[in-house]
Design a protein around this ligand. Structure first.
Ligand code: KMH
Ligand code: ZN
Length: 302
């Protein structure tokens, strides 16, 4: 089995500051967290940007630039920037990072879905910032847009800038979307994909759901003809699906973007803690951890 690539999703755009005091927000915090996650075994840092004062997701290229430069100063971890951005951002805002910074990798969301964060709002007693409640509740009437027009545009942009797309698959239908882009030669093999499991609006996060995604991928793209990673959104799904994925030879993502707990009811204090937990699980299951350079080889990065 190839070594395990651990990705750390440092801050995202779906966790709000009122959920946890440990959410990295400033470029410095995001960079320090990325370097610490690398020291704990992460080979990839998946990066979003936030407004330093309010913690709100932003598409600001200046903030992305500071984050990317600070990370590069501290670590040779692979930088994987989001093209998913945050709720309400336009496709152009979301994809601008690709042409500007030409990161080694970037996320590529493989279809439109409802993206329901509104149930989180009900669990927060006191909001730190005025934007948070509206942001969460607005997702009851939000479609995370990724039409075929958008998919072809994002694909072409990544290809033009030699950025390796990480295909974020929120449901089984999106596996067929990727097969279409492959057939139309927008996408080039070998694909690298990530099953995003447990988003309200996408596929669930049970072991059965994961087996179904994997078996459908084998049927569509050919067994062992692609690399794959898994996100279990929330606790304990992040670690349950990670354990199953580690046994199956896939790669895993952890991080405060997707999960804020290190154990039942206990907030994680950092991304590094989440990485260390999944590294412990991997070690117990005899799966070795890939360094950033080993991950570059596995993923065929430039
Ligand atoms: N927020 C995650 C559920 C992206 O940034 O483009 C999926 C994600 C997508 O990370
Ligand atoms: Zn993301």
């Amino acid at each position: 089995m190839e070594k395990l690539i651990v990705s750390a999703a440092i801050t995202g755009s779906t966790t709000v500051p009122s959920q946890t005091p440990h959410l990295p927000i400033t470029p410095k915090q995001i960079a320090v967290e990325s370097a610490r996650a690398a020291e704990s075994g992460a080979a990839v840092a998946h990066i979003h940007a936030r407004d330093s004062k309010t913690g709100a997701p932003t598409s600001s290229l200046e903030i992305f630039e500071e984050i990317i430069n600070r990370i590069k100063d501290k670590s040779n971890i692979i930088i994987n920037t989001t093209t998913g951005g945050g709720v309400g951002m336009s496709i152009e805002e979301r994809v601008a990072v690709v042409a500007r910074f030409k990161p080694e990798m970037a996320s590529f969301n493989m279809g439109s879905i409802n993206f329901g964060l509104f149930p989180v709002a009900r669990k927060i007693k006191e909001f730190k910032y005025p934007w948070e409640k509206k942001y969460l509740e607005s997702t009851k009437d939000f479609v995370f847009r990724n039409t075929f027009f958008d998919l072809e545009h994002i694909c072409q942009t990544m290809k033009n800038n030699k950025v390796k797309p990480e295909l974020e698959m929120y449901d089984v239908g999106q596996l067929y979307n990727a097969a279409y882009l492959l057939k139309e030669k927008f996408l080039d093999p070998p694909l690298h994909m990530q099953y995003v499991m447990g988003v309200l609006g996408g596929i669930g996060a049970t072991l059965n759901d994961l087996m179904y995604m994997k078996e459908t991928s084998d049927r569509l793209y050919g067994k062992d003809k692609y690399t794959w990673s898994v996100i279990g959104v929330g606790y304990p799904r992040e670690f349950h699906l990670a354990a199953q994925t580690i046994m199956m030879g896939g790669h895993v993502r952890v991080g405060l973007e997707d999960n804020i707990y290190i154990s039942k009811g206990v907030l994680t204090e950092s991304n590094a803690q989440l990485v260390e937990k999944v590294v412990r699980i991997a070690r117990e299951l005899d799966r070795e951890i890939a360094s950033p350079d080993e991950a570059r080889k596995i993923l065929g990065l430039k």
